[in-house]
Design a protein around this ligand. Structure first.
Ligand SMILES: [Zn+2]
Length: 78
């Protein structure tokens, strides 16, 4: 069974806006060949995502929240 959520950011993979070339990761977390981007790149992306729906948030807080958020994702678990 395929996961329904991106292993790296939790994005919904049954949503065409998130579905990319990879089975396990959304298109925002991979390059065009389906290769997972770096944790730092994805953290920046998640921070941007937070800022897009919470315009009052400042960049620094968004990055701290993004760090906590992606820590819980299976792609980054040791
Ligand atoms: Zn993702």
């Amino acid at each position: 069974m395929n996961p329904k959520f991106c292993y790296a950011c939790g994005g919904p993979l049954d949503n065409p806006d998130f579905k990319g070339p990879s089975e396990n990761y959304c298109k925002y977390c991979t390059d065009e060949k389906g290769k997972l981007k770096s944790r730092e790149e994805i953290k920046q992306g998640v921070a941007q995502w937070f800022l897009s729906w919470q315009p009052d948030l400042d960049k620094k807080t968004a990055l701290i929240r993004a760090e906590h958020y992606i820590k819980a994702m299976p792609a980054w678990a040791e």
